[in-house]
Design a protein around this ligand. Structure first.
Ligand code: RB5
Length: 149
């Protein structure tokens, strides 16, 4: 799969390790940065990954900050993005099955590297169920661009 990854300084170490894990698994990974622990602003990276996913350049995105929260809030401002902050594999599975999430955000300060690997593996391996869930996702999409009736 073609994937985009990004982080801020607080997510840098975990992003590096998740990127290596994904590359080892054979994915085509684009890393938008950051590339050190020097302080940066997470929305800059959320925007780049969000736009890559929304445009179809990337199938999925992985974003890491301290809590995963700011990355999710920022990425969800890009139309077409459904970003979710995830801390365990069960929620990773649900976010794909019911919500067709296309970006997973991880809390670099709160989960172990092995947990992060398991979360992304589960996220990428789980299919959207469609059906009634598609109708609900369509309603979310209809709220974009202020087009909701
Ligand atoms: C940076 O200190 C921290 O605020 C950021 O990484 C993230 O957790 C924001 O949601």
């Amino acid at each position: 799969m073609r994937l985009y990854v990004g982080s801020d300084h607080a997510g840098f170490a975990l992003k590096e390790q998740v990127r290596a894990h994904l590359e080892q698994a054979g994915h085509d990974v684009v890393d938008v940065g950051t590339h050190s622990e020097q302080s940066v602003d997470y929305p800059d990276f959320a925007r780049q990954v969000g736009e890559a996913v929304a445009s179809g350049d990337a199938e999925y995105g992985i974003l890491v900050c301290g809590s995963g929260l700011g990355m999710a809030i920022a990425a969800n401002k890009v139309d077409g993005v459904r970003a979710v902050q995830i801390m365990d594999t069960e929620m990773a599975k649900m976010s794909r099955m019911h919500n067709d999430a296309n970006i997973v955000t991880l809390p670099g300060r709160y989960i172990e590297p092995e947990t992060a690997d398991a979360i992304v593996d589960t996220f990428l391996a789980t299919a959207f169920e469609g059906g009634r869930h598609q109708d609900r996702v369509d309603k979310i999409t209809s709220m974009e661009h202020g087009t909701r009736d």
